[in-house]
Design a protein around this ligand. Structure first.
Ligand code: NAD
Length: 246
Protein backbone atom coordinates (compact mmCIF):
# COMPACT_ATOMS: atom_id res chain seq x y z
CA UNK A 1 0.00 0.00 0.00
CA UNK A 2 1.92 3.06 -1.22
CA UNK A 3 -0.89 5.63 -1.15
CA UNK A 4 -0.30 7.70 2.06
CA UNK A 5 -4.03 8.42 2.49
CA UNK A 6 -4.83 4.72 2.28
CA UNK A 7 -2.18 4.00 4.90
CA UNK A 8 -3.69 6.62 7.21
CA UNK A 9 -7.15 5.11 6.69
CA UNK A 10 -5.91 1.67 7.73
CA UNK A 11 -6.95 0.32 11.12
CA UNK A 12 -4.67 -2.71 10.95
CA UNK A 13 -3.71 -3.89 14.42
CA UNK A 14 -6.48 -1.92 16.11
CA UNK A 15 -9.49 -3.20 18.02
CA UNK A 16 -12.93 -1.67 17.47
CA UNK A 17 -16.17 -1.94 19.45
CA UNK A 18 -19.49 -0.99 17.86
CA UNK A 19 -22.75 -0.85 19.81
CA UNK A 20 -25.84 -1.73 17.80
CA UNK A 21 -23.62 -3.62 15.36
CA UNK A 22 -26.60 -5.76 14.35
CA UNK A 23 -28.58 -2.75 13.11
CA UNK A 24 -28.64 -0.95 9.77
CA UNK A 25 -26.01 1.70 10.47
CA UNK A 26 -24.11 -0.32 13.08
CA UNK A 27 -23.57 -3.30 10.79
CA UNK A 28 -22.30 -1.03 7.98
CA UNK A 29 -19.94 0.65 10.46
CA UNK A 30 -18.69 -2.66 11.86
CA UNK A 31 -18.10 -3.98 8.32
CA UNK A 32 -16.22 -0.83 7.31
CA UNK A 33 -13.97 -1.00 10.37
CA UNK A 34 -13.35 -4.69 9.69
CA UNK A 35 -12.46 -4.01 6.04
CA UNK A 36 -10.07 -1.27 7.18
CA UNK A 37 -8.18 -3.95 9.10
CA UNK A 38 -9.52 -3.69 12.66
CA UNK A 39 -10.63 -6.59 14.81
CA UNK A 40 -14.29 -5.70 15.30
CA UNK A 41 -16.75 -6.47 18.10
CA UNK A 42 -20.48 -5.72 18.16
CA UNK A 43 -22.51 -5.32 21.32
CA UNK A 44 -26.23 -5.53 20.70
CA UNK A 45 -29.33 -7.40 21.78
CA UNK A 46 -28.94 -11.19 21.82
CA UNK A 47 -31.14 -11.60 18.72
CA UNK A 48 -29.20 -9.01 16.68
CA UNK A 49 -25.73 -10.42 15.86
CA UNK A 50 -23.24 -8.30 13.96
CA UNK A 51 -22.18 -8.98 10.35
CA UNK A 52 -19.90 -11.89 9.37
CA UNK A 53 -16.37 -11.56 10.72
CA UNK A 54 -17.47 -9.38 13.62
CA UNK A 55 -17.53 -10.91 17.13
CA UNK A 56 -20.94 -10.44 18.77
CA UNK A 57 -21.59 -9.91 22.47
CA UNK A 58 -25.14 -9.78 23.87
CA UNK A 59 -25.73 -6.68 25.95
CA UNK A 60 -28.53 -4.27 26.86
CA UNK A 61 -26.73 -0.93 26.52
CA UNK A 62 -29.24 0.80 28.78
CA UNK A 63 -27.89 -1.19 31.72
CA UNK A 64 -24.73 0.10 33.35
CA UNK A 65 -23.38 -3.22 34.61
CA UNK A 66 -23.99 -4.98 31.27
CA UNK A 67 -22.05 -2.29 29.38
CA UNK A 68 -19.14 -2.47 31.82
CA UNK A 69 -19.04 -6.24 31.52
CA UNK A 70 -19.27 -6.23 27.68
CA UNK A 71 -16.40 -3.74 27.44
CA UNK A 72 -14.32 -5.81 29.88
CA UNK A 73 -15.09 -8.88 27.74
CA UNK A 74 -13.82 -7.14 24.56
CA UNK A 75 -10.66 -5.89 26.24
CA UNK A 76 -10.08 -9.29 27.85
CA UNK A 77 -10.43 -11.11 24.53
CA UNK A 78 -8.61 -8.63 22.28
CA UNK A 79 -6.04 -7.32 24.77
CA UNK A 80 -6.66 -3.68 23.85
CA UNK A 81 -9.22 -1.20 22.59
CA UNK A 82 -8.67 1.64 20.11
CA UNK A 83 -11.96 2.55 18.43
CA UNK A 84 -15.49 2.82 19.86
CA UNK A 85 -18.65 3.69 17.91
CA UNK A 86 -22.02 4.04 19.63
CA UNK A 87 -24.77 3.16 17.12
CA UNK A 88 -27.37 1.47 19.36
CA UNK A 89 -30.50 3.56 19.59
CA UNK A 90 -34.29 3.56 19.47
CA UNK A 91 -37.24 5.84 18.79
CA UNK A 92 -40.57 5.90 20.65
CA UNK A 93 -42.38 8.76 18.93
CA UNK A 94 -45.31 10.75 20.33
CA UNK A 95 -46.04 14.45 20.63
CA UNK A 96 -45.07 15.88 24.02
CA UNK A 97 -48.69 16.21 25.15
CA UNK A 98 -49.21 12.49 24.63
CA UNK A 99 -45.80 11.03 25.45
CA UNK A 100 -45.79 8.48 28.28
CA UNK A 101 -43.20 8.40 31.04
CA UNK A 102 -42.17 4.97 29.75
CA UNK A 103 -41.49 6.25 26.22
CA UNK A 104 -39.48 9.16 27.59
CA UNK A 105 -37.36 7.04 29.94
CA UNK A 106 -36.78 4.17 27.53
CA UNK A 107 -35.37 6.45 24.83
CA UNK A 108 -33.22 8.45 27.23
CA UNK A 109 -31.90 5.25 28.83
CA UNK A 110 -31.17 3.47 25.53
CA UNK A 111 -29.66 6.40 23.63
CA UNK A 112 -28.14 8.71 26.25
CA UNK A 113 -27.52 6.79 29.49
CA UNK A 114 -25.82 4.16 27.34
CA UNK A 115 -23.43 6.74 25.87
CA UNK A 116 -22.36 7.69 29.38
CA UNK A 117 -21.94 4.07 30.51
CA UNK A 118 -19.95 3.37 27.37
CA UNK A 119 -17.63 6.40 27.59
CA UNK A 120 -16.93 5.72 31.25
CA UNK A 121 -16.19 2.05 30.59
CA UNK A 122 -13.95 2.50 27.53
CA UNK A 123 -11.88 5.51 28.65
CA UNK A 124 -9.34 3.53 30.75
CA UNK A 125 -8.73 0.99 27.95
CA UNK A 126 -8.33 3.70 25.30
CA UNK A 127 -5.91 5.53 27.58
CA UNK A 128 -3.99 2.32 28.14
CA UNK A 129 -3.72 1.86 24.35
CA UNK A 130 -2.04 5.29 24.16
CA UNK A 131 -5.09 6.98 22.63
CA UNK A 132 -8.04 6.21 20.45
CA UNK A 133 -11.21 7.45 18.81
CA UNK A 134 -14.83 7.48 19.94
CA UNK A 135 -17.77 8.34 17.69
CA UNK A 136 -21.30 8.76 19.01
CA UNK A 137 -24.02 8.43 16.36
CA UNK A 138 -26.49 11.21 17.08
CA UNK A 139 -29.02 12.81 14.69
CA UNK A 140 -29.69 16.10 12.93
CA UNK A 141 -32.89 16.22 14.99
CA UNK A 142 -30.71 17.09 18.01
CA UNK A 143 -30.08 20.45 16.37
CA UNK A 144 -33.48 21.20 14.90
CA UNK A 145 -36.01 19.20 16.94
CA UNK A 146 -38.70 17.09 15.30
CA UNK A 147 -42.43 16.81 15.90
CA UNK A 148 -43.04 13.64 17.91
CA UNK A 149 -39.41 13.23 18.96
CA UNK A 150 -38.91 15.25 22.16
CA UNK A 151 -37.40 12.18 23.85
CA UNK A 152 -35.23 11.24 20.88
CA UNK A 153 -34.03 14.77 20.05
CA UNK A 154 -33.22 15.43 23.72
CA UNK A 155 -31.28 12.17 23.95
CA UNK A 156 -29.26 13.04 20.85
CA UNK A 157 -28.61 16.64 21.94
CA UNK A 158 -27.37 15.19 25.23
CA UNK A 159 -25.01 12.94 23.29
CA UNK A 160 -23.64 15.96 21.39
CA UNK A 161 -22.95 17.81 24.64
CA UNK A 162 -21.44 14.72 26.24
CA UNK A 163 -19.11 14.21 23.29
CA UNK A 164 -17.80 17.78 23.47
CA UNK A 165 -17.22 17.39 27.21
CA UNK A 166 -15.49 14.03 26.83
CA UNK A 167 -13.33 15.48 24.01
CA UNK A 168 -12.13 18.16 26.43
CA UNK A 169 -11.50 15.69 29.24
CA UNK A 170 -9.79 12.96 27.21
CA UNK A 171 -7.84 14.95 24.59
CA UNK A 172 -4.67 15.02 26.67
CA UNK A 173 -4.65 11.22 26.63
CA UNK A 174 -4.77 11.14 22.83
CA UNK A 175 -8.43 10.17 22.83
CA UNK A 176 -10.65 11.98 20.29
CA UNK A 177 -14.42 12.07 20.72
CA UNK A 178 -16.72 13.11 17.86
CA UNK A 179 -20.33 12.86 16.80
CA UNK A 180 -21.76 11.80 13.46
CA UNK A 181 -25.27 13.21 13.01
CA UNK A 182 -27.14 11.45 10.23
CA UNK A 183 -30.21 12.75 8.49
CA UNK A 184 -32.63 10.18 7.05
CA UNK A 185 -30.86 6.88 6.40
CA UNK A 186 -32.64 3.86 4.93
CA UNK A 187 -32.47 1.25 7.72
CA UNK A 188 -34.88 -0.98 9.69
CA UNK A 189 -35.49 2.04 11.98
CA UNK A 190 -36.82 4.24 9.16
CA UNK A 191 -38.52 1.35 7.31
CA UNK A 192 -41.31 1.64 9.89
CA UNK A 193 -41.91 5.34 9.12
CA UNK A 194 -44.77 6.22 6.71
CA UNK A 195 -43.77 6.96 3.08
CA UNK A 196 -44.83 10.64 3.26
CA UNK A 197 -42.10 11.30 5.85
CA UNK A 198 -39.52 9.58 3.66
CA UNK A 199 -40.54 11.81 0.75
CA UNK A 200 -40.35 14.91 2.96
CA UNK A 201 -36.82 13.97 4.03
CA UNK A 202 -35.87 13.48 0.37
CA UNK A 203 -37.28 16.93 -0.47
CA UNK A 204 -35.20 18.45 2.33
CA UNK A 205 -31.90 17.17 0.95
CA UNK A 206 -29.87 19.29 -1.42
CA UNK A 207 -28.30 16.27 -3.15
CA UNK A 208 -31.57 14.64 -4.25
CA UNK A 209 -30.99 11.27 -2.62
CA UNK A 210 -31.50 9.70 0.78
CA UNK A 211 -28.63 8.34 2.81
CA UNK A 212 -27.58 4.71 3.03
CA UNK A 213 -25.85 3.08 6.02
CA UNK A 214 -22.54 3.03 4.09
CA UNK A 215 -22.66 6.85 3.85
CA UNK A 216 -22.56 7.04 7.64
CA UNK A 217 -19.90 4.32 7.84
CA UNK A 218 -17.58 6.34 5.58
CA UNK A 219 -17.72 9.37 7.85
CA UNK A 220 -17.21 7.20 10.93
CA UNK A 221 -14.19 5.51 9.34
CA UNK A 222 -12.61 8.88 8.54
CA UNK A 223 -13.07 10.06 12.13
CA UNK A 224 -11.72 6.82 13.62
CA UNK A 225 -8.67 6.68 11.38
CA UNK A 226 -5.47 8.72 11.39
CA UNK A 227 -6.94 10.85 8.57
CA UNK A 228 -9.10 12.38 11.30
CA UNK A 229 -6.25 12.68 13.81
CA UNK A 230 -6.73 16.44 14.41
CA UNK A 231 -10.54 16.33 14.56
CA UNK A 232 -12.19 16.18 17.98
CA UNK A 233 -15.26 17.59 19.70
CA UNK A 234 -17.06 17.94 16.36
CA UNK A 235 -20.56 17.16 15.14
CA UNK A 236 -20.32 15.99 11.53
CA UNK A 237 -23.70 15.94 9.78
CA UNK A 238 -24.15 13.17 7.22
CA UNK A 239 -27.49 14.25 5.84
CA UNK A 240 -27.17 15.16 2.16
CA UNK A 241 -27.70 18.77 3.23
CA UNK A 242 -31.06 18.02 4.89
CA UNK A 243 -30.50 20.50 7.71
CA UNK A 244 -29.22 23.37 5.57
CA UNK A 245 -31.78 22.57 2.86
CA UNK A 246 -34.65 22.69 5.32
P1 NAD B 1 -31.58 0.04 13.67
O1 NAD B 1 -32.87 -0.14 14.40
O2 NAD B 1 -31.38 -0.66 12.38
O3 NAD B 1 -30.36 -0.32 14.63
C1 NAD B 1 -30.35 0.00 15.99
C2 NAD B 1 -29.63 -1.10 16.72
O4 NAD B 1 -29.59 -0.76 18.11
C3 NAD B 1 -30.36 -2.46 16.60
O5 NAD B 1 -29.46 -3.46 16.19
C4 NAD B 1 -30.87 -2.69 18.00
O6 NAD B 1 -30.95 -4.05 18.36
C5 NAD B 1 -29.85 -1.93 18.84
N1 NAD B 1 -30.38 -1.64 20.15
C6 NAD B 1 -31.53 -0.96 20.44
N2 NAD B 1 -31.71 -0.94 21.76
C7 NAD B 1 -30.67 -1.60 22.32
C8 NAD B 1 -30.30 -1.92 23.66
N3 NAD B 1 -31.04 -1.54 24.71
N4 NAD B 1 -29.15 -2.61 23.86
C9 NAD B 1 -28.39 -3.00 22.82
N5 NAD B 1 -28.69 -2.73 21.54
C10 NAD B 1 -29.82 -2.03 21.30
O7 NAD B 1 -31.44 1.62 13.50
P2 NAD B 1 -30.38 2.49 12.66
O8 NAD B 1 -31.16 3.32 11.74
O9 NAD B 1 -29.26 1.65 12.17
O10 NAD B 1 -29.86 3.45 13.83
C11 NAD B 1 -28.54 3.42 14.35
C12 NAD B 1 -28.28 4.74 15.06
O11 NAD B 1 -28.36 5.80 14.11
C13 NAD B 1 -29.31 5.04 16.15
O12 NAD B 1 -28.64 5.62 17.26
C14 NAD B 1 -30.21 6.05 15.49
O13 NAD B 1 -30.80 6.90 16.43
C15 NAD B 1 -29.23 6.80 14.61
N6 NAD B 1 -29.85 7.51 13.49
C16 NAD B 1 -30.55 6.84 12.53
C17 NAD B 1 -31.11 7.57 11.49
C18 NAD B 1 -31.87 6.90 10.39
O14 NAD B 1 -32.48 7.65 9.58
N7 NAD B 1 -31.89 5.60 10.27
C19 NAD B 1 -31.00 8.95 11.46
C20 NAD B 1 -30.30 9.60 12.47
C21 NAD B 1 -29.72 8.86 13.48
Amino acid sequence: MSNPSAIMLSLAGRVALVTGGGGGIGSAVASALLKAGAAAFSIDRADRPGPPGVSSIACDVSRSAEVASAVADVVGRAGRLDVVVHCAGITRDAVVAKMSDADWHEVIATNLDSAFYLLRSVAPALRQAGGGAVVLVSSINAERGKVGQANYAASKAGMNAMAMTAARELGRFGIRVNVVAPGWIDTPMTAAVPEEYRQRALDETVVGRLGQPEDVAGAVLFLCSDLGRHVTGQVLRVDGGQLIGH
